[in-house]
Write a new protein. Structure first.
Length: 159
């Protein structure tokens, strides 16, 4: 697996979000949004990581992901982690990351891509992605990264 960590510390939920895009009412329930235009990829990913979360929602493109993140946040049940593919119709993963960050989403965003272009990876970093995993990757490595992020979120909830 080739993993590129884009920031020293992943973004962790903070109280100062401009929109209610975070999980406010019950930090013991972990929520993830899986975003990919391939139904098969979404199912495989959910099967691979679903047991790490209480809620595992899905979206088929970036535009749908932004809408679901907004709706969940407005119901005080925002996503702890959003995992998105890069190349999708309607709105790419890169565009979705930019949009989510511009709206105040402060949860963790993991991008999955087969593209290894350094310029693209720099764009993900500038957009606010926390982690980019290059396909193909080992599922256990993704699960470990997610466990680390969830543990950091739990630690922040205690502060």
């Amino acid at each position: 697996m080739k993993a590129i960590k884009l920031t020293e510390q992943p973004r962790i939920h903070r109280q100062s979000s401009t929109l209610p895009l975070r999980h406010d009412h019950d930090s013991s329930k972990k929520r993830v949004l899986v975003v990919d235009d391939s139904v098969l990829n979404r199912k495989l990913l959910k099967r691979s990581i679903g047991d790490l979360f209480d809620v595992c929602d899905e979206a088929s493109n970036g535009e749908e992901a932004v809408a679901k993140a907004l709706a969940a946040g407005n119901q005080h049940a925002g996503y702890d982690i959003i995992i998105t593919d890069y190349y999708m119709p309607v709105m790419t993963g890169l565009e979705a990351v930019r949009r989510l960050r511009s709206l105040g989403y402060e949860g963790n965003i993991i991008v999955l891509t087969g593209n290894t272009d350094d310029r693209l990876l720099e764009e993900f970093e500038a957009a606010g992605a926390d982690l980019v995993l290059i396909k193909p990757f080992q599922t256990e490595n993704l699960r470990q990264k997610i466990r680390e992020l969830l543990q950091e979120i739990d630690c922040m909830d205690l502060v």
